[in-house]
Write a protein that binds this ligand. Structure first.
Ligand code: G3H
Length: 526
């Protein structure tokens, strides 16, 4: 074990003994759960204690529901009726304070989820940028709506209004960025939020609690800790949640929806599982394809919903591709997140190495081989990526979303084979297509865009840039997230209409001149 640089050592544990509800950081004196990192601080391996979080239950969950419900007040609360420009001011205030927490949050990202220093910094910076871009996008949306349309003798001002109380749950692999990609648009569109951090990457929210409390009116943002079953279930059972915003797995999404007494009223924004394939055509630039498939399948140890989770390589080039790909995987550097040049890092889920081992054992028992020398090597908190070939449909790794360091490779003779597999798959997020002959690529693109929602030509799959739509077909997503789309996903069109006559028009004119209404308002926010 190499020495941990001074600035990244854990010197003080964080005992999170407050939680944010109804604008107050309330003291928690009940049961707590310890938070451990799978990264060791000692030469003999031992998980590192990072701190503890409250183990909350139904009482606190319902307290948060009531706070959010009262903040919404059936659309009559301060937040949902506030001027857009004032909501923007609250958000600017928040992001200003958030920026000062960068060092602390980045350090916790490394310890809590094992994300490399560079990627942790990127996650933080990308989130700050996301907030600023969201503000700009809302200004634009506001400006487009700040006018009357006259159609068939009716004057109308059409805007977007909030939907109500939002329950927001993010994933452990992007505990800041993906969670905030839900939380921020939900809030800024006027919805009060109940937020429960992911199972890993919880303490990194602690430095932000005061910024949240200081920036928003009471009850607008409520933060709960604990297990989903204990905390999110009663929130849903209350029937007071109008929108479930979740990035995670479909099992939890379905279980939570089932708890809602009026499912027909519940709106959904979901980012769920994916099994994005790469298709490598015979004429692909192999250097590029290998480089992109490595980044695509193994960035952050494969723990990304957009990761390449199965590679289809044309049989005519498979031998060369496999040999070169396997050799490159073995060259990847493993180490603790702050070590220079690391691509592979400790896995935050204690059970993950055993799960990956199970997938390897199942595949090898059914005829595949691990084709890279280091594949499957274990330490206490990691397993070296295993490149598994040839994979077939009887193997678990073909069907399951591995979300970890194992790369299954299949060959194909006819392009219809991967297309058929994608059509039969439960998922439909993205695909990577490697090749250059446009006669082959053109019809493929035309088919692939209808099987998934993003075709990455000669590059790995990814969510960003965040201005592009992030969504999926089938079991992969409900709703669309991008800076532009998220503002729309977390709101509904609502408007004021009046017949075009002198009586009504005089009232409208007075409403505009007086600026008494926050809705009937033609102010531009520059
Ligand atoms: O976990 C899924 C993330 O949305 C992936 O985002 O493609 O930027 O890593 P990314």
């Amino acid at each position: 074990m190499t020495m941990i640089p001074e600035e990244y050592q854990i010197k003080n544990v964080i005992h999170q003994d407050t939680f944010l509800v109804n604008g107050e950081l309330k003291k928690w004196t009940g049961k707590t759960t310890p938070v451990y990192s799978t990264i060791s601080s000692t030469p003999n391996y031992e998980p590192t204690l990072l701190g503890s979080i409250p183990f909350m239950g139904e009482t606190e969950a319902l307290e948060a529901v009531d706070a959010a419900y009262n903040a919404y007040k059936n659309g009559q609360g301060l937040w949902p009726t506030m001027k857009v420009s004032d909501r923007i001011k609250c958000m600017e205030n928040f992001v200003g304070q958030m920026k000062s927490t960068r060092t602390e949050v980045v350090k916790l990202l490394m310890w809590e989820i094992g994300k490399s220093l560079g990627d942790s910094e990127k996650e933080f910076d990308r989130t700050v940028e996301y907030i600023y871009d969201t503000i700009e996008s809302l200004k634009e949306l506001n400006s487009h709506s700040a006018h009357f349309e006259k159609v068939q003798g009716v004057n109308a001002m059409v805007r977007r209004g909030p939907l109500g109380v939002v329950l927001c749950l993010g994933p452990y692999n992007y505990p800041l960025n993906e969670t905030f990609s839900l939380l921020i648009p939900a809030l800024i569109m006027g919805n009060p939020v109940i937020f429960k951090p992911a199972k890993h990457g919880v303490l990194l929210i602690s430095p932000l609690l005061e910024a949240f409390r200081n920036s928003f009116p009471k009850g607008v943002i409520n933060i709960l800790y604990g297990r989903g079953r204990e905390v999110a279930t009663p929130v849903m059972q209350s029937g007071k949640v109008d929108l479930l915003a979740l990035i995670g797995n479909s099992k939890s999404a379905i279980a939570l929806q089932d708890q809602h007494p009026n499912k027909n009223r519940l709106r959904l924004i979901l980012g769920l599982e994916a099994k994005n394939p790469a298709i490598v055509l015979p004429d692909a630039d192999l250097d590029l394809a290998i480089q992109e498939c490595i980044a695509g399948s193994l960035s952050f140890n494969g723990q990304r919903c957009t990761a390449l989770k199965v590679l289809y390589v044309h049989e005519s080039i498979a031998e060369e591709f496999n040999a070169r790909f396997a050799a490159k995987v073995d060259e990847l550097k493993y180490g603790n997140p702050w070590e220079k040049g690391v691509m592979l890092t400790p896995l935050p889920e204690v059970e993950k190495p055993n799960y990956i081992q199970e997938l390897i054992d199942d595949a090898t028992a059914k005829g595949a081989k691990v084709i890279n020398a280091k594949g499957g090597r274990r330490t206490e908190n990691s397993i070296f990526p295993a490149v598994v070939f040839p994979v077939n449909k009887d193997m678990r790794v073909y069907h399951e979303e591995q979300f970890g360091p194992i790369v299954p490779i299949l060959t194909f003779k006819d392009i219809q084979e991967p297309l058929n597999d994608m059509a039969a798959s439960s998922y439909g997020q993205q695909v990577s297509l490697f090749g250059q002959d446009i006669k082959t690529i053109a019809p493929l693109i035309d088919a692939l865009v209808n099987l998934v929602c993003r075709v990455n030509l000669n590059s790995s799959c990814q969510r960003g840039p965040d201005v592009f739509p992030f969504t999926g077909r089938k079991d992969s997503a409900v709703g669309t997230l991008s800076i532009h789309d998220a503002l729309r996903s977390f709101s509904i069109r609502t408007f004021v209409a009046s017949k075009d006559n002198a009586y009504n028009n005089a009232i409208l004119q007075e409403l505009l001149n007086s600026k008494e209404s926050n809705f009937i308002n033609t102010d531009y926010i520059l």
